[in-house]
Design a protein. Structure first.
Length: 313
């Protein structure tokens, strides 16, 4: 049985060799499985792709893909999926936090009949910002993407070949891997794995990148539009009620002075809500325009150990 391991690489020249070679050791201990690697250099300008070339030269089952610029982790994963051939496809990171020693926990779990299995971290070893964003993602993915309540997602996952084939069909410029998975299947499992400490450097996810990733959820849900509609309806109802109350008070007490300050506050609140709703609509329109303009999901500069390549997806 062949397992394809896909790894997006971003400034990982000091760790990627160790990730690959420790993974190979794990497969040597499980003789009935074979592995292949698809390592995608996502625009790193250090020696990451040189290290991938060295690994590809040493191991014929290591395939390298070099993107023309940085497209983002999920775009790099989509690029990798176009070069996999395995019965299962396993996604992991390049920094040793998703440790090779935990791979076969996922492999054994998916053989219980699941389409998708996530590694669930008992204790995360991330920064406070990353842990906070993970909690936000858990809530958002359940509300916006329909993630089953009992399932915890992570960047350590394994899918069947069928799910990989269906995922590859998605060609929008701004993919979110988990959102695509939830559209394909709800036959999802969890297995607890150890989350290891990052061995080199710090997370490349800045606050700006985390917000951009969160906004990718909107590609898979119209719930923000519905929220803005409900908020607008509530605001209109409250405004009408306030107008009625004000009119009644004026009739009861003609000497009542209607305050300019309170009126301005109400105006500011409703104007803010209008702008918020327009911003949500504008976000959707912007994504539509970028999709209609055929903004590329990724562009491949070169490949190593790959017989057939797709230059642009």
């Amino acid at each position: 049985m062949l397992i394809s391991i896909v790894i997006p690489c971003y400034y990982s020249e000091k760790t990627i060799q160790k990730v690959v070679e420790l993974t190979i050791q794990e497969f040597h201990a499980h003789k009935k499985y074979q592995c292949e690697f698809v390592l995608v250099n996502d625009g790193s300008t250090d020696g990451t792709f040189e290290k991938i070339k060295e690994l590809a030269k040493k191991y014929p089952f290591v395939h390298g893909v070099n993107l023309i610029r940085n497209f983002g982790q999920h775009n790099a994963l989509m690029a990798a999926l176009h070069y996999t051939k395995g019965d299962y496809v396993l996604g992991m990171d390049d920094d040793m936090q998703t440790h090779p020693s935990q791979i076969f926990k996922l492999v054994e779990k998916i053989q219980e009949g699941y389409d998708l299995v996530y590694g669930h971290y008992g204790k995360r070893k991330n920064s406070s910002l990353k842990n906070l964003s993970s909690k936000l993602n858990e809530v958002s993915s359940r509300i916006l993407l329909g993630r089953p309540k009992e399932i915890t997602s992570s960047n350590f996952w394994i899918i069947t070949k069928k799910v990989a084939e269906e995922t590859r069909k998605y060609d929008s410029y701004n993919p979110y891997i988990d959102g695509i998975f939830y559209r394909i299947t709800h036959n999802i499992g969890n297995v607890e794995v150890e989350h290891h400490k990052r061995e080199v450097g710090a997370s490349n996810y800045t606050l700006h990148k985390l917000i951009h990733l969160w906004l990718a959820y909107w590609n898979y849900s119209v719930i923000p539009l519905r929220i803005s509609s409900v908020a607008g309806g509530i605001a209109a109802g409250v405004g009408f009620l306030m107008a009625v109350i004000t009119a009644i008070r004026k009739i009861v007490d003609p000497s009542l002075v209607i305050g300019w300050a309170s009126m301005m506050c109400v105006t500011m609140v409703f104007a803010g809500m209008i702008l918020m709703c327009l911003g949500i609509v504008g976000e959707y329109l912007g994504k539509i325009i970028l999709t209609l303009n055929h903004t590329p999901q990724f562009i491949v500069r070169e490949t190593i150990n790959v017989s057939e390549q797709r230059e642009e997806i």
